[in-house]
Write a protein that binds this ligand. Structure first.
Ligand code: 5BU
Length: 273
């Protein structure tokens, strides 16, 4: 019986995936020694670019919201400068035909620049069909939202199991989950159905100084997420850019701290230190 993927190095797991984005994420994490994704939920495009430039050296994935298409060239320049990927946290949730249009067209043309995006499994497998019709030919990857970090989330139990089953049917495009823990074997009919599988787990709800906000968000430390729960990538927003998106000098230092804690937890988990 092979060892569970979460005890293996990111580099050793590259061969478990056919999807180019999954391979690129694993390669980039290993090269940059970072399993940090910074989530930049700001409204001013200038703040967005300044934050991405500040955190770029410390991160391998940036999550982008609220921008116009004219920003894309600047974003692509920063990705090349700092060697990271984009994950547009779009949370698609509609019928296949509609999500295919949302993914390919409109002002954002997400598929043209974002390596990774995500979708709620609530519409069923047709959402994967719609998104993969656009993303797969471009080598893009998809995460399903199997769990959420919020108090009272409905994405639990049978819902989470169904999400994992849907992903198992589309391994070429669905490379992992937004979840709070590893999904190994969840919802599998037989143990052997899942024994060879590997999915990337990107996990939000990470904070070192706070346990949550006043709107239902719940935080764990990088160690709890990566070492205890086996998640692969920590997604950090306000823990890094705080309440003042203009405070770029402190942002880089905070990103470095999350990156160091996330990487130490990964090394400990995989027996590399
Ligand atoms: P925060 O500032 O670190 O709380 O931001 C977390 C980000 O992760 C934010 O962009 C959310 O949209 C995103 N998120 C989350 O916090 N919890 C979830 O379950 C999901 C996404 Br799905």
């Amino acid at each position: 019986m092979p060892s569970s993927p979460h005890t293996q190095s990111y580099a050793a797991r590259i061969k478990h995936f056919t999807n180019p984005t999954a391979k690129l994420i694993l390669e980039t994490m290993e090269r940059k020694k970072s399993n940090l994704a910074v989530s930049v939920d700001v409204t001013d495009p200038n703040d967005l670019l300044a934050i991405i430039d500040a955190v770029g050296p410390h991160t391998h994935v940036d999550i982008v919201e609220n921008f116009s298409y004219s920003l894309i060239e600047s974003l692509q320049g920063l990705a090349a400068k700092h060697d990271f990927l984009y994950f547009e946290d779009r949370k698609f949730a509609d019928i296949g035909n509609t999500v295919a249009l949302q993914y390919s067209s409109g002002v954002h043309k997400i598929a043209s620049w974002s390596h990774l995006t995500n979708a709620h499994p609530v519409p069923g497998p047709s959402i994967i069909k719609g998104l993969s019709s656009v993303g797969l030919p471009l080598g893009r990857g998809l995460l399903l939202l199997a769990e959420m970090s919020t108090q009272g989330s409905l994405a639990v139990g049978a819902y989470t199991e169904e999400a994992v089953r849907m992903a198992r049917q589309h391994r070429d495009f669905v490379i992992g989950f937004i979840a709070q823990r590893r999904m190994d074997g969840i919802g599998a009919e037989k143990e052997e159905d899942a024994s060879e599988e590997d999915f990337l787990i990107l996990t939000p709800g990470i904070g070192l100084e706070s346990k949550g906000d006043n709107m239902g968000q719940q935080y764990r430390t990088p160690h709890e997420a990566v070492y205890v729960s086996g998640c692969d990538v920590i997604i950090v927003g306000r823990g890094i850019y705080g309440t003042d998106p203009k405070a770029v000098s402190t942002i880089a230092a905070k990103a470095e701290r999350y990156m160091a804690e996330g990487w130490a937890a990964y090394l400990a988990r995989t027996g590399q230190q």
